[in-house]
Design a protein around this ligand. Structure first.
Ligand code: G3H
Ligand code: 13P
Ligand code: ZN
Length: 325
């Protein structure tokens, strides 16, 4: 069942964060749905709901143009039929104004992100406000961004600018956005921190105090870049030197300070890369695409189960179902 992020955030606020996972292909979609339902195709107990979680499936502009946006949409529609128990939002990740309108008009997305964070404050407000107007007219919710993360994001390589708490309050009031992505030290990609850098919880706390009560905050660039997956990639011929991510132990403290949505894309790519490199290394005579695809779907589902456990969303699906009925 497709719902808005707003409905999910209402349940999560202050307690846990919802995983927002990027997808680009069929195997990711299948692994994602299985993982969020706690189904890894082993002999699981059908009555065990301890692993099932609400989630957000997100589509970037790059993913939309990888083949054709309609393939992704129809795969998600089909997944909704194949996994009728799933509760999730369909979200545009890092949209421009034009792409937001395309998603709003398509009637398929329940949530869009307008990312005008690279613009001046006043211009960011102006653009975001226009998108909010168009989206709300169709009951679609809007995530906006204030501040700059750093790292690679779509086609922009940016420099870091932490979110100003007072500006965040003014931005929300003037734009009417439904959630706000904040820059508190994370960055996109597999190379996030050097030395002792980490999240700025002091800034996050000030933002939470400045914005309206229970206003949902979003953390982009939150992959944990697990050492074991990076090692597996490197052992199978990869060259990822000094990769590092957000410590998973920081997810719940961030959730307690109002972060309701935690974006994970890079980790899924690392799982994909490790599985495929290992298969090619270990089974060089095999040229079939399905064997690695199968192993990936299983590994990705298991990874999602792990991620939801550390986000605190694992086991929350039935409570969400009751609340939104
Ligand atoms: O923020 C960027 C996301 O990780 C999406 O990446 O544009 O390569 O699909 P992408
Ligand atoms: P990662 O690169 O840390 O996975 O962040 C993804 C993201 O923020 C997508 O919008
Ligand atoms: Zn992002």
């Amino acid at each position: 069942m497709i719902v808005t992020t707003k409905e999910l955030f209402k349940q999560a606020y202050g307690n846990y964060a919802i995983g927002a996972y990027n997808i680009n292909n069929l195997e990711q979609v299948v692994g994602l749905f299985r993982g969020n339902l706690g189904k890894t195709q082993k002999n699981e107990d059908p009555n065990d709901n301890s692993k099932s979680a609400p989630f957000i499936i997100q589509i970037s502009r790059g993913a939309r143009s990888y083949s054709d946006k309609r393939f992704l949409e129809s795969m998600i529609r089909t997944a909704d039929e194949v996994f009728p128990e799933a509760i999730f939002a369909v979200h545009l990740d890092h949209g421009t104004e034009e792409v937001c309108y395309d998603c709003i008009d398509s009637g398929f997305y329940s949530s869009v992100m307008i990312d005008a964070s690279h613009e001046e404050f006043a211009k960011n407000i102006e653009i975001t406000k226009r998108v909010v107007g168009r989206a709300h007219a169709k009951n679609i919710v809007v995530e906006a961004e204030l501040g700059q993360l750093g790292g690679v994001e779509e086609d922009i390589v940016g420099s870091v600018k932490l979110t100003d708490p007072d500006q965040a309050a003014e931005f929300i009031e003037k734009t009417g956005c439904d959630s706000l992505a904040v820059a508190i030290g994370t960055s996109h990609g597999a190379f996030k921190f050097s030395g002792t850098q980490g999240l700025h919880f002091d800034v996050l706390e000030k933002i939470q105090q400045a914005v309206p009560k229970d206003f949902p905050l979003v953390m982009h660039g939150s992959s944990s870049v697990p050492k074991d997956w990076v090692e597996r990639i490197n052992n199978a011929g990869g060259e990822l030197k000094d990769a590092s991510g957000v410590s998973e132990s920081q997810y719940l403290p961030a959730a307690k300070l109002g972060v309701c949505k935690i974006n994970i894309d890079t980790d899924g790519r690392l799982v994909w890369c490790a599985i495929h490199r290992e298969r090619f290394r270990d089974d060089p005579a095999n040229f079939d695409l399905r064997p690695p695809g199968k192993v990936f779907m299983q590994a990705y589902a298991e990874y999602i189960i792990h991620k939801n456990a550390v986000l605190g969303s694992a086991g929350q699906l039935e409570a969400v179902r009751k609340a939104i009925k």
